[in-house]
Design a binder for this molecule. Structure first.
Ligand code: C2E
Ligand code: MG
Ligand code: MG
Ligand code: MG
Length: 292
């Protein structure tokens, strides 16, 4: 339309680009408002040991409350947050809030829960990230071993000196490192040793059809074997079915996370879920007890 009406025979942008731009501006504004007006929230998803059934940790997943109380998930805002740079203050908030919540849960008796926090590559452009992490821990009196930072392969493969130095100083203090969406990025694996990574999070796309597809199973088996020989833990992401969890356990995968156990839950609901699980575990073994 711009083309037809314009006198100069060119258009500034396609209508669809215009719509995308409007969408971006609206999202950026919603994020800014949420940041200023207490509209960010963390939900927590448990990470379960496949052998013992014990909950070893939770992953903090960011949500953004919009006007009208609608909850936005990262798929709808992470892109705009990174593009606009808002991911930097948002990420700082996530670190503090996750650490505050971990301390609160410890005080309430949940002692050995690891808190996993996602970091974006954009946050690494700011040298303060290194100390933001230490401050979030120290400000809440937490042992660095409680915190696990989830990074992507591509981030660690950049040769940026700042990334290297930052990640090494975290490791030196005892913070744990997990590779998120493992297998979806590059496949030079030297960085696993170089950074003393603790855990591989096998992306959902790899595990989704291991029950039906022999080659998919072979790939996941190879990932698990490699992880074991490097002394890394493995966690499968997006586990929705008991049969899948069982297969992963047989294959030697250490942990699983997914809707089978719980969706990402607000803090209070996660705490209630943990208590219910502990209570169920104390019941005399009387076959399967179903809860709705
Ligand atoms: P991720 O870190 O790989 O997180 C796992 C995603 O899978 C989450 O989506 C989670 O809700 C979803 N999921 C968990 N279990 C299942 C399942 O059984 N089935 C299926 N289909 N999905 C499952 P979510 O919460 O929408 O987050 C999406 C992505 O956004 C995350 O992927 C992470 O990369 C990013 N993200 C989330 N929170 C933050 C944050 O605080 N900072 C940054 N930088 N990124 C974040
Ligand atoms: Mg993650
Ligand atoms: Mg992941
Ligand atoms: Mg993922």
């Amino acid at each position: 339309a711009a083309k037809e009406s314009g006198q100069h025979g060119y258009c500034l942008f396609e209508p669809s680009l215009g719509a995308a731009l409007n969408q971006y501006v609206a999202t950026r504004e919603a994020l800014q408002t949420a940041l200023e007006q207490d509209g960010l929230e963390l939900h927590y998803q448990p990470q379960v040991d496949l052998r013992s059934g014990q909950v070893l940790g939770v992953e903090a997943l960011l949500r953004c409350r919009q006007q009208g109380d609608e909850l936005m998930v990262p798929g709808a805002f992470i892109g705009a947050a990174e593009e606009s740079g808002l991911i930097v203050p948002m990420g700082r908030w996530v670190l503090r809030e996750a650490c505050r919540q971990t301390a609160a849960w410890q005080a309430a008796g949940l002692k050995d829960l690891t808190m996993a926090v996602n970091l974006s590559a954009v946050q690494f452009r700011h040298p303060e990230l290194m100390t933001d992490v230490f401050d979030a821990l120290a400000g809440n009196g937490l042992d660095p071993g409680c915190l696990e930072l989830e990074l992507t392969e591509s981030l660690l493969l950049q040769n940026a000196a700042l990334v290297q130095q930052t990640v090494r100083s975290w490791k030196a203090r005892g913070i744990r490192l997990a590779i998120d969406d493992f297998g979806t990025g590059y496949s030079s694996l030297a960085y696993l040793k170089h950074f003393k990574v603790d855990k591989l999070k096998i992306d959902r796309s790899f595990i989704i059809d291991i029950l039906q597809d022999e080659q998919a199973r072979a790939i996941v088996q190879a990932m698990i074997q490699m992880a074991r020989s490097l002394d890394l833990r493995t966690i499968a992401e997006g586990v929705e079915a008991v049969s899948l969890a069982e297969q992963l356990r047989i294959m030697g995968c250490d942990e699983a996370q997914g809707f089978l156990y719980a969706r990402p839950l607000p803090a209070q609901a996660l705490f209630a879920w943990m208590q219910q699980r502990a209570e169920d575990a104390r019941l005399p073994a009387a076959g399967h007890r179903r809860r709705d």
